[in-house]
Design a protein around this ligand. Structure first.
Ligand code: SF4
Length: 406
């Protein structure tokens, strides 16, 4: 028997003719209440992208779809409940849930990564970059890597206290802590939650090294802490600039500050003495790859001292979301973009093999690397950030609520 699909049409006046299962195959568990219509249909019928959404719901977001994640037995599809198209569905609102973290530091042993520990203050990211490799993580929450990833966020209040407890353990040995390598700590909800600033305050008190990656201009709020830590060799920041073209950025990363604003962030951090790396990542073949040298040049001009570049990779659900997006946003180039992505990853949308997943392989990968290295040499950009100091780490006697008497 094929998998069943859960259909929820409680969206207020939809019009669609997408249900292909027979009535006998449906159940209406909430219909008895008189206000909702929910149905089961076969998953085999859920093959077209965009079926989970109404027109207008994805407005201002990156993904065009909200298909459920890979672990869900049911999917949501639109159903015509007879009300036609009189009421347009409102755009999805951003919602935030809270999770009390039990641990703060996540360890990894990946040979592809330059760090072995990280902290993630939010799950999901309102920035909504269509290519975001963190999207598949939302499936673990039973949510969609599509629009749920951008609109149903999880904040982790109390993470700074948990981090402090972990840093106080006798067995703890310091090394650079990465933040922003999964979801962006300076996404818009940080303005009201302030979790990243609390985490930074702990790291400053412990004189613990931290490497941050962000696209958010909100990082400027914390320049006081970052400048102080940088003066002791305790922090470095990577700022992602994927394109200099406002229109492309708007389509591809709808809620990220403009490329010009991100360059200004680099300028301000550099002026405060914070070492900055410009991350020309991901490089999207056939769409932004021609800009590589210009991006690096703009970064160097703004004060970046190092650079990095990773060609686009499309793990798990990201492949379908990206293919759908590029076909809608750039129909003239979509075929070329997807073909070149596959050229880069051994004929697949994504090759998860260590040593290849971040670099790609084949002629295009070699060409990108050569162009990147030539441009870095010309612009005086290092390929690695200066090492941060771990030797200054010290567990403070005081706690935030109880200052030391000595
Ligand atoms: S800013 Fe980073 S974490 Fe947020 S959506 Fe974009 S790529 Fe993902």
């Amino acid at each position: 028997m094929s998998q069943l699909v859960w259909t929820d049409c409680d969206m207020g006046g939809l019009s669609c003719d997408l249900v292909t299962a027979s009535h006998a195959e449906m159940s209406r568990p909430s219909h008895a209440g008189g206000c909702k219509c929910s149905c089961f249909v076969h998953a085999a019928d859920m093959t077209e992208p965009g079926k989970s959404l109404c027109d207008g719901q994805a407005r201002g977001r990156g993904s065009l779809d909200n298909a459920v994640g890979r672990f869900e037995p049911y999917a949501r599809v639109r159903v015509d409940d007879g009300w036609g198209t009189e009421d347009a569905a409102p755009p999805l609102r951003t919602q935030v849930a809270h999770e009390r973290p039990r641990s703060a530091i996540t360890r990894n042993s990946s040979p592809d990564l330059s760090f072995d520990r990280s902290v993630n203050v939010y799950r999901g990211c309102e920035h909504g970059c269509i290519y975001c490799f963190a999207r598949p993580g939302h499936a673990w929450l039973g949510l969609s890597p599509g629009l749920d990833f951008e609109t149903r966020l999880v904040a982790r209040p109390g993470i700074a206290e948990v981090l402090e407890r972990e840093l106080r353990r006798k067995s703890y040995r310091p090394a650079t802590l990465a933040i922003g390598t999964y979801t962006d700590p300076y996404q818009p909800i940080e303005a009201t939650h302030g979790l990243m600033r609390e985490v930074l305050a702990v790291l400053r008190r412990f004189r613990h090294p931290v490497g941050i990656v962000t696209k958010g201009s909100l990082i400027e709020r914390d320049i006081d802490i970052l400048g102080e830590m940088a003066a002791e060799g305790l922090c470095a920041v990577g700022v992602s600039v994927t394109t200099l073209d406002r229109a492309v950025a708007r389509e591809m990363e709808p809620r990220v500050p403009t490329p010009a604003r991100r360059l200004q962030v680099i300028e301000r951090l550099a002026a405060a003495g914070v070492p900055v790396r410009i991350c020309a990542s991901p490089l999207v073949p056939g769409l932004t790859d021609h800009e590589l040298e210009a991006i690096l040049e703009a970064g160097a001009g703004a004060g970046a001292v190092a650079a990095s570049m990773i060609p686009l990779r499309l793990p798990r659900e990201v492949a379908g979301l990206f293919a759908e997006w590029v076909a809608a946003a750039y129909p003239d180039r979509a075929g070329k973009v997807m073909r070149r992505v596959r050229d880069l990853h051994g004929g697949q949308d994504y090759d998860p093999a260590f040593g290849r997943r971040m670099t790609g392989q084949g002629t295009w990968a070699q060409l990108y690397r050569a162009r990147f290295q030539t441009a870095c040499t010309r612009l005086g950009l290092a390929r690695k950030m200066p090492a941060l100091r771990s030797d200054l780490f010290a567990v403070p006697l005081d706690t935030p609520d109880q200052p030391s008497l000595f």
